[in-house]
Structure formats: C-alpha cells, structure tokens
Design a binder for this molecule. Sequence first.
Ligand SMILES: [Zn+2]
Length: 267
Amino acid sequence: MLPIQRKISSYNHYKGNNIRYIVLHYVGAKGTAKNNVDYFYNGDRQASAHYFVDDISIWQSVEDYNGSWAVGNTRTEVNNKNSINIEMCCPNPQLLISEKTESNTVELVKYLMDKYNIPIRNVRTHYEVSGKTKVCPNWNMNNWSRWNSFKEKLSSNSSNTNNNVNINKEERCKMKYAICYTNDVDERAAKYLRDYLGEQAQIFDARIKMNWKGFAENLIAVGGDSTPMGFSGYTTHRIKGDTRYTTAQKVLDICLGKGKLDNYKVK
Ligand SMILES: [Zn+2]
C-alpha cells in the first residue's frame, strides 16, 4: 500500500466516529489528492472526507476517529458519524478514475477493513448509501460492473502490498524527509522531529507494510527494535537509543541543536 500522508484539516468534521462502514466517492472536479487535501485544509468548504487517493499518493484530511461531511447526513443507516469516506481523485479533465487510482484505493480499503474489522458488505458507494440519488463514484456508465470488480478485488486474498508502484523515482523523491516509527513512544519522538524539520517532513507508521523504495530523499527510522523493519533496507538515517526514552532524548538533542541528523546516517 502507498503510505498514508497526512494533512489534517481543522474544518468540517464531527467529533467522534462509530466506524462501521467505508464509503467510496469520486471527486467531481479535476485535481490530485494533494490538491484536494490542500483545498480542504485551507478553508471551510462545507464538506470533507477522510482520504483522497490518486495514482501516486494517499492523503488523509480527517482523522478516522472523527466523522466527515461526506455522506450528507447523520440519520440514515450509513451516515457521517459511522463511516470512513474515501475520495478517488481525477487529475484528468474527463473526470475518469484511473486503474491505478482504483488499485491504490483497493489497498487502502483492505487496510481499513482489516484495521476496523469491517466486512465487505459494509463497504459501499456513495450512490448506494444516498438512496441512489448521488451518482458517485461516476461508475454508472458501465452499469456498475466496475464496482462489482472492485469488490471482487477486496475479497481476493492476493495482497500486492509490496508491489509494483510504477512511479518513477523523481516523483517519489519529492518528499525530503519521511520519518518512520513502530511504536507509540517513538511516534511522539517522530512528531518532534517532524516539527523540527518543518513542512518537508512527514511521519509514517512503519507497522503498515509499504513500498519504501525511492519513497523519500531521506528515510529516517526513529527507534524500532533490533529485528529488521520492513523499510530497513531503504533507511538512510536511524536514530535509536538503548531504550525508547533514550531514542526520544536523541531526537530532542537534534531539535535543540545539540546533535546533528547527519550523525545518524546509516553507513
Ligand atoms: Zn460522493
């Protein structure tokens, strides 16, 4: 699966989400996942969704544990307060969902189904949950056969987790710092490092299997145990103390100018 990049908006969400459903949408306007996450980050749009997916990325805009303004109400069986909503993006003017975007979305849905124990019957289209009033995603032109094949892919066990992300290195390397962690204490340290490194840095939970190859210019592991982590082959920096707290100390030293990131380069 592609890593989940985050730009959580402070606008347009409900506090709390009783997660039981996943609802799929398409963005009925031209734009990448990054374009969309920026748009919803930058103002009150009277709408929102948890995830935006395109050919090369997954961006999260609303926390899973909060409801989004995507389904249209809080009353029907499937609603804003019991669902995770995923928007497939259409960077092309014809507003077609590409095969690559679809397969990236399949991986994300599989991951969320597993994480929240959601059965396939609770994965729906906006079209289905709207009482067939919203043609969303715009898959009706082929009589929803695409939706049926999407569900077949969800039920197949073939995991292409470590796939095939056919993106050239240039595109993948746009991110300067990817900071990875594998437990909650290290996550806090990773967040300090992200704050310190600024906008060009993002944090990732390395317990989620991803294709790290060429993912970022600098792939920084914060802590982790001694067993090889999934991304270890591509790690450029490793910050690790004897305990989780000494790991955090080393990170704080960097933030305070007492240590240098480059001292932690993997040789
Ligand atoms: Zn929709």
